[in-house]
Design a protein around this ligand. Structure first.
Ligand code: PHE
Length: 472
C-alpha cells in the first residue's frame, strides 16, 4: 500500500495487523532463539533473565514506542525522520546523529547475523539428508551417538568455505526481499511464517517439558541470586533486551515510518514487546531442559541452540521431519529479522544518495559481505585475530564477538540514551502526544519512564558494564 505524505508517495504496510506482524517478525529472530539462551547461559541464568525482563518493561517498551512514533511522524528513513521531528520541534538537526548511530549498528549486526543465518541453513540441510537416512516416522539421527550429533557444529566451524558459502546464501536471500520493497517483500514473509513458527515452538516446548529437567530449568532461569547481578551481567541483559526488540539501531524508527496514521502506537508497542519476550522465554524453556537432561554446559556460548535442539529431535516420533520443519521456521524468523536489519541502511542509502532500491540494497550487502566473511573466519582461520585486544571490554575476542559486542554493548545503549532524551525532553510535546496514542495514567507513566528512568538507568548500566570494578 502507498502512504502519502507531503505530496510524495511511499511504500507502506497494507494494514495495522500487517505492521504488527512485520514488527514482530523484525523483533522475533535469532536474538530470541539463539542469542537469548546463549547469553542467559553465559551470564548464569536467573539474575540475567529477571533483569532482562525488567529492562524490557521499564526501558525497552517506552523506547519502542518512542522509536515508532519518530518514524511514523517522519515518514522517511531513520535519520531523515529524526530530522523532521527535530525541525518540527525547532531543535537542532544534529539529533539525526542518533539515527546515524543506529544505521551503523544495524549494518554491523546484519553482517554477523547472516553468518548465524547460514548456520541455520546448514541444519536445514542436515535434517533434509537425515529424513532420507532415518525415515519419516522415527527419531532424527537414528542410531547415532548424541555426541556425534553435537559434533556437527564444530565440523561446520572447521570448514571455512562451507561457512562462507552458507553466509553468502543467507545474505543473498535477505537481499532478494529487501530489494523488492516493504509491502511486497517483507510483509509476505512475516504474515505467513510468523504464526506457523509460534505454533511449532509452543508444541516442541510442551513436548520437551515432559522429558524431565523442566524443574531444574525453571530454577535456573528464574531464581534470583542478587550476587550474580554484576555490572557486565546487567549490561549484557540490557543489550539483549534491545537486540531482541530491535531497538537502539533505528530498526523500529524505519519500520514505524511505514505505519499509517490510523494505528495506535501505544497498544501495538505493547503487543510487539510481549510477543518478543514470550518467544525468548519460550526458547529458554525449550532449550534448557535439553541442556540439563543431556548433561551439557549451560554456558556453551554461540553454539548452544544448534547443539541442543538436535538432541530433542533424536527421540521424538517423526523427529527428523519435525527437526527439519523447526529449523526451517527458525530460518524464516531469522529472515524477517535480517530483512529488517538490512532495510535500515538500505532505506538510508536510497534516500541519501538517491540510488534506486535494488542497487542500494546490493551496495549495502556488498559492504556487509566483507565484514561477514571476517566474522565467519573468526571461527576457524582467523580464530587468533583479536582486532580490539587493547580495549578491555573486547580483549581476546574475534571479529564475530567484537561486532556483536560493539553493537549490543556500546552503540545500541548509546542510541537508546539519545532516543529517550530526544523524545522525552527535546521533541515538541504536542507532536509526541499526538503520535503516541496514550492517555491518562499510561501516558504519565510512559513519560516518566522516557524522561527519567530510561536515560538514568541506561547511563548507569553502561558505566557499570564497561567499568565493572565500579559496581563492586
Ligand atoms: N530483533 C532481532 C532478533 O532478535 C534482530 C534485529 C535487530 C532485527 C535490529 C532488526 C533490527 O533476532
Amino acid at each position: 500500500m502507498a502512504l502519502t505524505q507531503g505530496g510524495s508517495t511511499r511504500d507502506g504496510w497494507s494494514s495495522r495487523s500487517a505492521f504488527i506482524l512485520a514488527a514482530i517478525g523484525s523483533a522475533v529472530g535469532l536474538g530470541n532463539l539463539w542469542r537469548f539462551p546463549a547469553e542467559a547461559g553465559a551470564n548464569g541464568g536467573g539474575a540475567f533473565v529477571l533483569f532482562y525482563i525488567g529492562c524490557v518493561l521499564l526501558i525497552g517498551l517506552p523506547i519502542l514506542l518512542s522509536e515508532t512514533l519518530i518514524g511514523r511522524h517522519g515518514q522517511a528513513s531513520a535519520p531523515e525522520s529524526v530530522r523532521r521531528v527535530a525541525s518540527a520541534s525547532k531543535a537542532s538537526p544534529m539529533w539525526a546523529m542518533l539515527a546515524n548511530i543506529g544505521v551503523l549498528a544495524a549494518f554491523l549486526i546484519v553482517s554477523f547475523y547472516c553468518v548465524v543465518g547460514g548456520w541455520v541453513l546448514y541444519y536445514v540441510g542436515v535434517f533434509v539428508v537425515d529424513i532420507f537416512q532415518s525415515g519419516l516416522t522415527g527419531g532424527a539421527f537414528a542410531g547415532q551417538d548424541p555426541k556425534a550429533v553435537e559434533a556437527l557444529l564444530p565440523a561446520m566451524f572447521a570448514n571455512p568455505s562451507l561457512m562462507i558459502g552458507l553466509f553468502v546464501l543467507f545474505l543473498a536471500i535477505t537481499v532478494f526481499f529487501v530489494a523488492r520493497g516493504v509491502s511486497s517483500g517483507i510483509e509476505v514473509v512475516a504474515t505467513w511464517m510468523m504464526p506457523a513458527f509460534f505454533v511449532l515452538l509452543i508444541a516442541i516446548t510442551i513436548y520437551g517439558a515432559f522429558g524431565g529437567a523442566f524443574g531444574q530449568t525453571i530454577d535456573f532461569l528464574f531464581t534470583f541470586e542478587p550476587e550474580r547481578l554484576t555490572g557486565p551481567v546487567m549490561l549484557a541483559a540490557l543489550g539483549q533486551a534491545f537486540f531482541s526488540l530491535s531497538l537502539g539501531m533505528a530498526g523500529m524508527i524505519t519500520y514505524g515510518s511505514y505505519v499509517g496514521r490510523n494505528v495506535n502506537l501505544g497498544s501495538t508497542s505493547g503487543i510487539i514487546a510481549s510477543a518478543d519476550t514470550f518467544v525468548a522465554l519460550l526458547a529458554g524453556l525449550c532449550l534448557f531442559p535439553i541442556v540439563f537432561a543431556a548433561g551439557l554446559e549451560a554456558n556453551a556460548g554461540p553454539g548452544l541452540m544448534f547443539q541442543t535442539l538436535p538432541h530433542a529431535f533424536q527421540d521424538m516420533p517423526a523427529g527428523a521431519l519435525i527437526g527439519f520443519l523447526f529449523f526451517l521456521m527458525i530460518g524464516f524468523a531469522a529472515l524477517t529479522s535480517s530483512v529488517a536489519l538490512l532495510e535500515v541502511p538500505t532505506a538510508w542509502v536510497v534516500e541519501k544518495f538517491r540510488i534506486v532500491r535494488p542497487v542500494s540494497t546490493a551496495l549495502v550487502a556488498f559492504c556487509a559481505l566483507f565484514l561477514g566473511v571476517l566474522a565467519a573466519l573468526s571461527f576457524n582461520v582467523l580464530a587468533d585475530f583479536h582486532p580490539l585486544d587493547f580495549i578491555p571490554l573486547f580483549a581476546g575476542q574475534g571479529v564475530f564477538d567484537v561486532l556483536d559486542g560493539i553493537t549490543a554493548k556500546l552503540l545500541v545503549p548509546i542510541g537508546a540514551i539519545l532516543v529517550s532524551i530526544f523524545v522525552g525532553w527535546v521533541a515538541d510535546r504536542q507532536l509526541v502526544d499526538m503520535e503516541n496514542g496514550l492517555s491518562g495514567v499510561l501516558h504519565f507513566v510512559w513519560l516518566m519512564l522516557v524522561r527519567f528512568v530510561c536515560p538514568i538507568a541506561l547511563i548507569a548500566i553502561l558505566i557499570v558494564g564497561i567499568f565493572p570494578s565500579l559496581s563492586q
